[in-house]
Structure formats: structure tokens, C-alpha cells
Design a protein around this ligand. Structure first.
Ligand SMILES: [Ca+2]
Ligand SMILES: [Ca+2]
Length: 140
């Protein structure tokens, strides 16, 4: 049985065909610290892979928050951190999931991604932002 533990700041969100146990945490940490924090709760940095999951965040998250997507291993190869699958950056994916003009690897130093109210943006991994943890997602 899977449990969405409210004592860990997590709650169930549903949108369309997706249900997720997630939480937004308002302390400011680096990407790697955020990964560790989510792991300590038994989860992972949230992966907004579908429009249903993005729709869960729109009313919830009002500032930059780390999500589980990075190209730290190889520049330009974006890996979702829940299952290590690769995100292929087609024009359609960019326009659907990313803010305008992103990801741009600005200054050749942006490898980690934040959700923002204008969708995803790659930023330096060592910057400090809030973060989103997720324990599971199921298709309804
Ligand atoms: Ca990059
Ligand atoms: Ca960027």
C-alpha cells in the first residue's frame, strides 16, 4: 500500500488522468540538497512530465522550485530523475513544458531545472530555490 504522508508535507493532487503525492517546500537549497531532502522523505524531486502534472503545480507554486530534471551528466541530455528516462527536446516539448526561450544553458552553466509560474527553466544547480518533492504518481 502506498501512503501519502501529510506529516512529511505531502498531499494528494489529482488532475485529468493523473494522481500524485507531492509537496512544495519553501526553504531555499541547492538542487542537490533538494534531491537529498526528497530522498529522505522516501521520494524524489517532482517530475512535471505531463500537462496533467503541470496543471497540479499551476495553482500551487508561485515561485521558482526545483524539479527532477537535469543535464548534469552530459550537456543537452535531459534526464528525468524519477526513472532516469531521457527527455527529448523537440520544439513541441520546449513550447509545452518550458518558458519561452528555455532551456538555454545560459552562460554555459545551467544544468538543473526549476518550475516557475511561466514553466520550466534551466538554471545553475548551486543556486538556492524552493523545491518540489513527490513520492508517487499513478495514472487514473
Ligand atoms: Ca545545461
Ligand atoms: Ca535558462
Amino acid at each position: 500500500m502506498v501512503v501519502c504522508d501529510a506529516s512529511k508535507g505531502l498531499q494528494i493532487f489529482t488532475s485529468g488522468k493523473s494522481m500524485s503525492c507531492l509537496g512544495w517546500f519553501n526553504n531555499y537549497v541547492t538542487y542537490f540538497e533538494a534531491e537529498d531532502a526528497c530522498r529522505s522523505k522516501g521520494g524524489y524531486l517532482m517530475t512535471p512530465k505531463t500537462m496533467d502534472k503541470v496543471a497540479m503545480l499551476l495553482p500551487l507554486v508561485t515561485e521558482r522550485a526545483w524539479v527532477g530534471l537535469d543535464d548534469t551528466k552530459q550537456e543537452g541530455v535531459y534526464i528525468w530523475k524519477d526513472d532516469n528516462s531521457t527527455l527529448t527536446l523537440t520544439a513541441d516539448v520546449k513550447s509545452t513544458f518550458f518558458a519561452s526561450g528555455e532551456p538555454n544553458n545560459n552562460g554555459d552553466r545551467e544544468d538543473c531545472n526549476v518550475y516557475t509560474p511561466t514553466l520550466l527553466n534551466d538554471v545553475p544547480c548551486w543556486f538556492n530555490y524552493t523545491y518540489l518533492c513527490e513520492i508517487f504518481t499513478v495514472d487514473l
